[in-house]
Design a protein around this ligand. Structure first.
Ligand code: FES
Ligand SMILES: [Fe+2]
Length: 391
């Protein structure tokens, strides 16, 4: 985020604290509870969002140098992402042209050629079929006709995007919708990959997203945990097409207000977390420790199961501090999921059960839950449904 916007944001948070307000969506919104249970809706979401929409997969440092790869199954399609010998980001269906086996096991590494474990056909990271094992026995296979199937892929200002179905190239303006300058200023490619963890939960995938979309619950649900760090019910909100930006403050904001009258001099990343929703299923948070990226997916084609994949990219400035204090990346990863798992997702799983019981048909999203209102309507627009009115 640009310096001037950081100061504007700090001023906005400061003014909200003075006045006892927060970002305001202008009204309340009713949303159908069946969004969490409807199998027809899920089938449409799978088709539109998870097969035919570009998805943010991670930051550029997942593939730190030429001839590195990352094999990932989270979208439901096995995807092989590579940085080729020229440093160019490419993606392929991780499926062998011979008999359809998966070629590269899930994980990351450095390699320029990939050999299928089934009968050892070998492909290059430019997608070409390089060798057919025992080709005299197998029969004539013109290698040029059987490359890996390319998936649309784009590297945009430190982020990696893939559409899991072959087709047109990815359109940057459509994906980022005005967030380009923000991403450029964060210099996201400078944050090294630090680790990844997955959390499966018995709830609709959208309830996972909702966890991140309001701070109204901080002082209640997280009274003994996150509320000690984060200022509850205080946030800014800005929409960028179907994406959004929401900025939260931690308790250091109150300290700054007492100690340092000049907002321009406040250390932005030390006192805020800047959260982006990247349509349709990603939450990216830039904060004091680095970048946390959460990708949330339906699991096993179930309306009631989801998988959240959390990747953390460490701020290069705190890397040394962590090493000096013997702080492990694993500890930081574990800590960051603890509150989500024990508090947020515990409630979300209860909401899922209540939605399944069909006790009530609607939920209501408040003026201070602007991001939740935006998620709903971004998804509805993506699926071609009417948007929900703000009342
Ligand atoms: S399926 Fe890959 S070599 Fe046979
Ligand atoms: Fe929470």
């Amino acid at each position: 985020m640009e310096k001037s916007k950081r100061v504007d944001t700090l001023n906005a948070l400061n003014a909200h604290l003075d006045k006892g307000t927060t970002a305001d969506a202008g009204g309340i919104m009713r949303a159908p509870m069946s969004d969490f249970t409807c199998p027809r809706l899920l089938a449409q979401e799978q088709d539109v969002f998870f097969r035919n929409t570009p998805l943010c997969m991670g930051l550029s440092s997942e593939l730190p140098e030429p001839n590195t790869y990352w094999s990932d199954d989270a979208t439901g399609t096995p995807v092989l992402m590579v940085r080729d010998g020229d440093g160019c980001f490419r993606a392929y269906a991780n499926v062998c042209r011979h008999r359809g086996s998966r070629i590269v096991a899930a994980g990351r590494g450095a390699k320029a050629r990939f050999t299928c474990p089934f009968h050892a056909w070998t492909y290059g990271n430019d997608g070409r079929l390089l060798a057919v094992n025992k080709s005299r026995h197998f029969g004539e296979v013109p290698c040029g006709e059987w490359p890996l199937i390319a998936l649309p892929a784009a590297e945009m200002h430190g982020t990696l995007w893939v559409r899991p179905t072959p087709g047109d190239p990815i359109d940057e303006d459509e994906c980022l919708a005005g967030l380009q300058d923000e991403l450029i200023h964060w210099r996201l490619s400078d944050y090294p990959f630090a680790g990844r963890q997955a959390l499966d939960a018995r709830m609709n995938w959208k309830l996972g997203l909702d966890t991140f979309g309001e701070l109204y619950h901080i002082n209640t649900l997280h009274a003994q945990t996150a509320a000690k760090e984060v200022v509850g019910d205080l946030q800014t909100f800005d929409g960028f097409g179907k994406n959004l930006r929401m900025v939260a403050a931690n308790q250091k904001l109150n300290l700054m207000r007492m100690l340092m009258p000049s907002v321009e001099r406040w250390p932005y990343t030390q006192i805020t977390s800047t959260l982006y929703f990247l349509y349709p299923n990603v939450i990216l948070v830039v904060g004091g420790a680095g970048v946390d990226l959460f990708r949330i997916f339906p699991l096993e084609d179930s309306t009631a199961k989801s998988r959240t994949i959390h990747a953390w990219y460490v701020d290069p400035k705190i890397q040394k501090h962590m090493a000096d204090n013997a702080m492990s990346y694993e500890d930081r990863l574990g800590m960051s999921m603890e509150v989500v798992e024990n508090e947020d997702y515990a409630v979300a799983q209860e909401i899922q059960i209540n939605a399944e019981r069909g006790i009530q048909s609607e939920i209501v999203l408040g003026r201070n839950e602007a991001a939740l209102q935006h998620f709903r309507n971004a998804h509805r627009m993506g699926l071609g449904h009417d948007v929900l009115p703000v009342e």
